[in-house]
Design a protein around this ligand. Structure first.
Ligand SMILES: Nc1ncnc2c1ncn2[C@@H]1O[C@H](COP(=O)(O)OP(=O)(O)OP(=O)(O)O)[C@@H](O)[C@H]1O
Ligand SMILES: [Mg+2]
Length: 298
């Protein structure tokens, strides 16, 4: 991935800014994240010493934190959860999960940093971002999935929503069942338990697209999507939404409108500049912000 100059909003991918938390203790991460009271840490340390436990185990044993709290703190401490190659059933396309030190993953981390600065910053309370591109096969699904992994690896509670109800693929990448998903939630046939944790990646959840509905665009324009996004923003810090090709369907426009922002993707030797410019215009017309444009080279 490199950068393309389209209008002014270009995301730089220089790979320099990388937050590493590995030198911090689990206790201080838990306290900082509001999961453990500072005054309780002494009790944890006492039990830890007496029983020869790890700090996190002792805190769980005392009922002060949950397993989930510990997993997230560990992800934050080590900066990544890694899937064991050959053992996990998830797709090899999840390069961020299988090979955290791959050059491409460094680029993804740099992109993550740009997005943390430009979009997911606490000042503006922006948590939802649509991943959009004009045509098929440009890398929206690949980028949304791998970005979701690197956000979770940073310890951000991350939700990936597959809003490509035309040609859904996220459930295949993560090898998660897609019988019940976004389509059922939007037409009121399923509740939010359709959002499932991704095995092996702490802090990451997926809402698969679910059974293909006859009317994706209508479903994406109605109140249930607004409610879903509102509710999910109470549970997650980062919500990424995969979309169908924006030139072919208006779905991406609806999603971007409700998300409030989009990152636009173009693929080298594939995406026409005029198409990208036209998609950016259409998305901007919804009043949403175009956070940046990423040039996908592969
Ligand atoms: N940066 C990349 N590096 C390596 N492979 C990539 C990259 N981006 C995309 N691909 C691969 O290209 C193919 C198409 O990507 P992807 O499915 O993400 O595109 P899409 O825009 O979501 O397409 P669709 O319109 O079918 O939804 C996939 O096999 C994916 O693994
Ligand atoms: Mg796709």
């Amino acid at each position: 991935m490199t950068i393309m100059k389209i209008e002014e909003n270009v995301l730089t991918l220089d790979g320099t800014a990388h937050v590493v938390e590995s030198d911090r203790s689990i206790g201080s991460i838990l306290v900082e994240r509001g999961k453990l009271a500072e005054t309780d840490t002494r009790r944890v340390v006492e039990l830890q010493r007496a029983e020869g436990l790890r700090f996190g185990e002792a805190a769980i044993w005392l009922g002060l934190i949950t397993e989930e709290d510990l997993n997230l703190a560990l992800a934050k401490q080590f900066d990544f959860s890694q899937l064991p190659a050959g053992e996990s059933t998830a797709s090899a396309e999840l390069v961020a999960a299988y090979a955290p030190f791959h050059r491409r993953v460094e680029e993804l981390r740099a992109l993550r940093m740009q997005l943390l600065i430009r979009w997911f910053n606490s000042t503006h309370q922006r948590k939802v971002l649509a991943i959009v591109s004009p045509s098929t096969g440009e890398g929206r699904t690949y980028l949304a999935a791998n970005l979701a992994v690197v956000f979770a690896q940073l310890g951000e509670r991350t939700l990936l929503i597959d809003a490509d109800m035309r040609s859904p693929r996220q459930h295949k990448l993560f090898n998660v069942a897609d019988r019940v998903g976004l389509s059922a939630v939007l037409c009121g046939r399923a509740d939010y338990s359709a959002v499932v944790p991704v095995p092996g990646i702490a802090g990451l959840a997926l809402l698969p697209a679910g059974a293909p509905p006859p009317n994706p665009q209508e479903l994406l324009s109605r109140a249930p999507l607004v409610r879903l996004l509102q509710e999910m923003q109470n549970k997650f810090e980062v919500i990424l939404i995969d979309t169908p090709p924006a030139k072919l369907y208006a779905d991406a426009q609806s999603v971007t409108y409700h998300a409030g922002g989009a990152m636009v993707l173009a693929r080298k030797n594939h995406t026409r500049v005029a198409d990208t410019a036209s998609v950016i215009r259409d998305l901007s017309d919804t009043g949403a912000q175009i956070v940046g444009t990423v040039f996908n080279v592969f």
